[in-house]
Ligand binder design. Structure first.
Ligand code: ATP
Length: 323
């Protein structure tokens, strides 16, 4: 279990982490989300004792990081790809870490095998691709067989097979009862991987909830209807006290009414439906909706794209520093 209480970190005038209080529980994958500069990496560094908080408290299984006797046995982390000694082989790099942390040597081939690097164990990581570097970083995090794992952008640089592997690994680690805390910018990937979410914006906690509740609470759900007789259907719905919005693509959108009720109404009036589909926003849409006001870096677009139409802030390609 990871517990943060009132965690605050200032760099001069800049408040990178602002009174964060939340817990990361074992047994589920917890996603850690926030726009660029929200304070995710800083929080993770503070958790590992790599930086000192200005105020507040962090406990790992009830203790401070510097009170853990063999920290790698408690918490394994992947913070930055390729943060390894380039001159040693992958095997020797892990062996040095194992020896200095009281971890038996047999764990080295075990973790190399887990991440699929056995064939290149004797090679130097400086020749590794980004994806291989990520795999070695994950092997390092798992070396002490820790009960808590923390990954900062673990799928960076991985191909689809690698991304799938990381997803399965994280879910497997959680299913074994471990605490899995992971940050990612890839919303679609996060929505497939995490069951719980912690969202921060400008250093502050914005959400600490299940994935399903987060999407439900931060997005619009509606039913889309398509019919060759949109005007007649709209009138039928109107008579039943149900407002329907006509969309430019010819469909109708109805909020807060079950699809079954809409289908029954159409059938009663013998109106043919070509589509009757409940629409649930994606994690990405819910995330942008929640964090719209806390985004630090804004893209300046000339064309009216989907972000502008939604009234949200730019998020995605073409980011520029807006300060
Ligand atoms: N060592 C530092 N000195 C000064 N400011 C810092 C330092 N580290 C981080 N910051 C600032 O703190 C804020 C939070 O940064 P952090 O890297 O934790 O955000 P992040 O959520 O990980 O962002 P990203 O998604 O872009 O990786 C940023 O405004 C950053 O510029």
């Amino acid at each position: 279990m990871i517990e943060l209480e009132g965690l605050t970190k200032r760099y001069g005038e800049k408040v990178a982490v602002d009174h964060l209080t939340f817990s990361v529980r074992p047994g589920v994958v917890t996603g850690f989300l926030g726009p660029n500069g929200a304070g995710k990496s800083t929080t993770m560094r503070l958790l590992l004792g790599l930086d000192r908080p200005t105020a507040g408290d962090i406990r790992i299984d009830g203790r401070h990081y510097d009170q853990l006797r063999d920290p790698l046995n408690y918490i394994g982390a992947l913070l930055e790809a390729k943060s390894v000694h380039g001159g040693r082989s992958a095997y020797n790099h892990l062996l040095c870490l194992a020896q200095s942390n009281g971890i038996p040597e047999r764990r080295v081939p075990e973790v190399l095998d887990m991440v699929g690097l056995t064939a290149v164990a004797k090679k130097r990581p400086k020749g590794f691709s980004l994806g291989m570097g990520q795999r070695l970083g994950i092997a390092q995090a798992l070396l002490g067989d820790p009960r808590i794992v923390m990954f900062d952008e673990p799928v960076n640089g991985l191909d689809p097979e690698g991304i799938h592997w990381v997803r399965t690994l994280m879910q497997q680690l959680a299913a074994e009862g471990r605490t899995v805390f992971v940050s990612s910018h890839l919303m679609s990937e996060m929505s497939l991987t995490a069951e719980h979410l912690v969202v921060i914006g400008q250093g502050k906690l914005m959400a600490d909830t299940s994935m399903a509740a987060f999407i439900h609470e931060n997005s619009r759900t509606y039913v889309r209807l398509r019919t060759p007789e949109p005007e007649r259907l709209r009138n039928v719905l109107h008579t039943a006290g149900i407002p329907a919005v006509a969309v430019s693509d010819g469909s109708l959108e109805v909020e807060n009414v079950a699809a079954a009720r809409l289908g029954e109404l159409a059938a009663e009036h013998r109106i043919v439906l070509h589509e009757l589909s409940p629409q649930q926003a994606s994690l990405e849409e819910a995330f942008m909706q929640l964090t719209a006001g806390s985004v630090e870096y804004h893209a300046h677009t000339t064309a009216e794209g989907p972000e502008a139409r939604r009234g949200g802030q730019g998020w995605g390609q073409g980011w520029q520093e807006g300060r």
